[in-house]
Design a protein around this ligand. Structure first.
Ligand SMILES: CC(C)(COP(=O)(O)OP(=O)(O)OC[C@H]1O[C@@H](n2cnc3c(N)ncnc32)[C@H](O)[C@@H]1OP(=O)(O)O)[C@@H](O)C(=O)NCCC(=O)NCCS
Length: 215
């Protein structure tokens, strides 16, 4: 499939005030497998925990995506301790999801013990900025199950707008959210989100999410 962006040079680590967002690698595989068995993590994502076999397929695909596109999944690690906190990703939506196949979507997953601390928002804002900055996308999609209120809130706070809902083949309804490059640029100038976003990101969220790309 031809991607509506050219391949870009990867950046290994993005630093945010509390997090390291590390380019996906073999070092993350075991944590990923364990994480994707947690029923709280997968509740709105898949009906069953990820088997080791499927996990290995996902892992290989994640490595491949970096090679193909120059962006992909990043482990979310605690900056202070290096502890695994989850992952954030930019990935192609693919077929049958209610979007264009070559749309790029954002995803974020945080360990349940650390929910409610603004970590997903911090990671999502850095990934959003990577998508429009380094990767040079014109728009970024976010999809979440209608029941997944925390995920919708993260998107709203990162400046995404709800555009429509879509019923997947298996009968699950997902909300589709979108932010364009123009909206992103205007939000960075501090003018847009007050008028068109249902939730304006608090200044502290944006400040907290100042980030630095390394390597
Ligand atoms: C969605 C998820 C990433 C959020 O992680 P988190 O680190 O707790 O998120 P944050 O703390 O950054 O922000 C969550 C926001 O949602 C709000 N929220 C949490 N649960 C909520 C609920 N049930 N209803 C409404 N809002 C809710 C929080 O109050 C917070 O908003 P606020 O900052 O305005 O108070 C986390 O729940 C998760 O990993 N879930 C499993 C994987 C998943 O579903 N990922 C999303 C798929 S793309």
């Amino acid at each position: 499939m031809e991607l509506r962006t050219s391949i870009v040079s990867p950046v290994d680590v993005i630093e945010t005030p509390r997090l390291l967002l590390q380019r996906w690698g073999d070092a993350h595989f075991d944590d990923f497998l364990r994480f994707m068995r947690d029923p709280d993590v997968i509740r709105y994502i898949r009906p069953l925990p990820l088997s080791d076999e499927k996990g290995a397929e996902h892992h290989l695909r994640s490595l491949e995506e970096w090679e193909l596109h120059g962006f992909g999944k990043r482990a979310v690690l605690e900056a202070e301790t290096g502890a695994w906190l989850g992952f954030v990703e930019l990935s192609l939506v693919g077929p049958g999801k209610g979007c264009r196949e070559d749309d790029v979507e954002i995803g974020y997953f945080i360990v349940p013990e650390r929910w409610g601390q603004g970590l997903a928002i911090e990671a999502a804002i850095a990934a959003r900025d990577e998508a429009f900055g380094r990767v040079g996308l014109y728009e970024l999609i976010g999809r979440s199950r209608v029941e997944n209120a925390a995920s919708a809130r993260v998107m709203a706070k990162a400046g995404f707008r709800h555009v429509r809902s879509h019923v997947l083949e298996e009968g699950v309804t997902v909300d589709i959210h979108r932010i364009s490059r123009d909206e992103w640029m205007r939000s960075r100038l501090g003018t847009l989100l007050h008028s068109t976003s249902p939730v304006a990101p608090r200044a502290e969220d944006e400040r907290r999410c100042g980030y630095r790309e390394v390597g």
